[in-house]
Design a protein. Sequence first.
Length: 136
Amino acid sequence: MLKDDEWCFACGPQNPHGLRLNNFQFDGTYYSVKWRPSRPYQGWVGIVHGGIVATLLDEVMTRLLWEQGYNVATAEICIKYHHASPVDEELTARAWLTNNKRRLFQTAAELLLPDGSVVASAQAKFLIPKDEYRTD
């Protein structure tokens, strides 16, 4: 069973080393969160580490489904990096549903700079584990 103990690296309020994402929003189409990365999240000088970018995209897609009552696990994710993401600039990660069939959900996401340019984009598949799936 998938359980939350508030220590998620991306959104867990108890994790002192995590991103502590909060204030997620849903506008009817996009599920999004804003976040300003600081120096501890950089890879190359002044650039957010690519793994952190991947984490942001994975989290916003997961939360899109979780907020709708689906406990899912990432089954596959494909990320395209379009250009570097600067440290200390507010980023917006947004996700939307592209398809779903029973236990399998497909989503897409983008990470945006304040001017709307796309830093990275992703497509992913999420699966409800068999022990979580209910047909009633």
